[in-house]
Design a protein. Structure first.
Length: 474
């Protein structure tokens, strides 16, 4: 049995430039499959860092001659790449079984199987056990009816088997299969964040989230359950990637690193490990959790925490309430201040385009962002990703005007508000970037900052003309 995992060729998101992460989802699946299924030959094809185009994909499929091709979509805006990959696979050999999964295809299983005849099977939700069972059944389609967690076609109908229970203990998972891409690890980088010379790895510390933000796909995809790896296991994986693959820039993929004493224990673990002071950690943390952990921020900084991204979203209480954020603007101010005091790069995310947003409320957001003065700010248009509460509400009320999924990148306005057209929302998004990054004081402060990360980001913004590119979207 041969299985080829494919991360298709894709373009960079212009806001962040050269973002070349390892294909974490498929190397995690590959590692689990390698451990649990015998006599399976596995290859991982990561096209972008190898400069492999669609002709190259076809050649690799022909040469490897797989029984199964499994492809992933990096994000909703990239989902078209999956059926294109499968179309090539079926052209090469119609008997190849094509399998995909992930958040988008889980949320749109019925629609996707109706739309894309190239897709044979969708693995819904958590994929390790389901894909392994599928492989162990040796593609016997008569056995598909017994496999929990898949959607597929059978006798001219689309069937959705019952969901698979979640893995109880994430610590029992194997380390992600970086050995499948060992010849590429030196190419994985995040140019805007850590440059091209800082090998980049992803480490998963948790699945799901304890919160229920209406625009987020994460908590619903993971069944509304928040499951954690222990800080020791996280530190083990970081040390493993650091020592075996030279990874120096590590992104903890947790949607929220969380409250409690995880941070303190992880810092202690890392400070006792054989990792150097060139380790750079990046994680996502809620504003209120940053405040709750203020006493350990200095210890986390010593352990390598350089960068924290927080969902500030909006200064307006009614908007935060409608998003079910559970934070306040005052907490955002305190969190940014605490991070800066501890020499941790403060990255704030903002959202415009809520149904009640007006030109005046977005102007207030711009003022707030300037006063908050995070080290880095990204402004996004509220995007109705399938699998979110926002999507269901927008679909039910007919608010969605743009159905081109390649625009679902948070840089394109997808919906109007009650008082602003979709074009006006797009213009307001550009105005947010122009307001924040158009300040000469902020520009000069950024490019000549003593903070290396801040200098790098501001030079990136200037060289790539990111603000001007937003203007080209309307």
């Amino acid at each position: 049995m041969k299985i080829l995992f494919v991360e298709p060729p894709r373009d960079f998101w212009f806001v962040m430039g050269e973002y070349l992460p390892p294909p974490y989802g498929i190397i995690q699946l590959a590692a689990y499959l390698e451990r649990e299924a015998k006599d399976v030959e596995i290859e991982v094809l990561d096209c972008t860092p190898q400069n492999i185009d669609w002709k190259g994909v076809e050649r690799r499929i022909e040469s490897f001659n797989p029984d199964i091709v499994a492809a992933s979509a990096f994000a909703t805006c990239n989902v078209y790449l999956v059926p294109r990959t499968f179309e090539i696979a079926k052209k090469t050999n119609p008997n190849i079984l094509t399998v995909t999964g992930g958040q988008h295809f889980t949320a749109t299983a019925q629609e996707s199987l109706e739309t894309y005849p190239e897709i044979d099977v969708i693995v819904r939700g958590e994929g390790e056990q389901t894909l392994t069972e599928l492989v162990k059944q040796e593609m016997k389609r008569s056995s598909f009816l017994r496999i929990k967690g898949i959607s597929f076609r059978h006798d001219g109908k689309i069937l959705h088997n019952s969901s698979r229970p979640l893995i109880k203990d994430l610590n029992e998972l194997p380390y992600p299969g970086y050995h499948f891409v060992k010849d590429l690890v030196h190419k994985y980088h995040f140019a805007a964040m850590a440059g091209r010379k800082a090998p980049y790895a992803l480490i998963e510390g948790a699945r799901g989230c304890s919160h229920r933000c209406t625009f987020c796909t994460q908590w619903q995809h993971w069944g509304g359950v928040w499951r954690l790896k222990t800080p020791k296991r996280i530190a083990d994986e970081i040390e493993f990637c650091y020592n075996n693959y030279g990874s120096r820039f590590i992104w903890l993929t947790d949607d929220d690193f969380g409250p409690g004493n995880r941070a303190s224990i992880l810092a202690d673990e890392l400070n006792h490990r054989e990792v150097g002071d060139d380790l750079m950690l990046f994680l996502q943390w809620r504003c209120d959790d940053v405040i709750k952990n203020k006493g350990v921020l200095s210890k986390m900084r010593k352990a390598g925490l350089y960068w924290v991204m927080m969902g500030v979203e909006s200064p307006r209480g009614s908007t935060l309430e409608s998003f079910k954020k559970g934070i306040t603007a005052e907490e955002a101010k305190k969190a940014v201040k605490l991070l800066k005091e501890n020499d941790i790069f403060a990255h704030a995310m903002f959202v415009i385009g809520d149904r009640k947003d007006t030109a005046e409320s977005i102007a207030d957001l711009r003022v707030f962002a300037n006063e908050l003065d995070p080290d880095f700010a990204i402004f996004t248009a509220l995007t109705p990703f399938p699998g979110t509460e926002i999507f269901e509400e927008a679909k039910r009320n007919g608010w969605i005007e743009d159905f081109n999924l390649s625009h679902y990148d948070m840089a394109h306005a997808i919906m109007p508000t009650e008082t602003l057209s979709r074009r006006e929302v797009q213009e307001e998004l550009y105005n947010c970037y122009r307001s924040f990054y158009g300040s000469w004081r902020r520009r000069l402060g950024g490019v000549f900052s003593s903070n290396k990360l801040k200098r790098q980001l501001f030079w990136h913004m200037m060289r790539k003309g990111v603000v001007r590119q937003f203007k080209s979207l309307f």
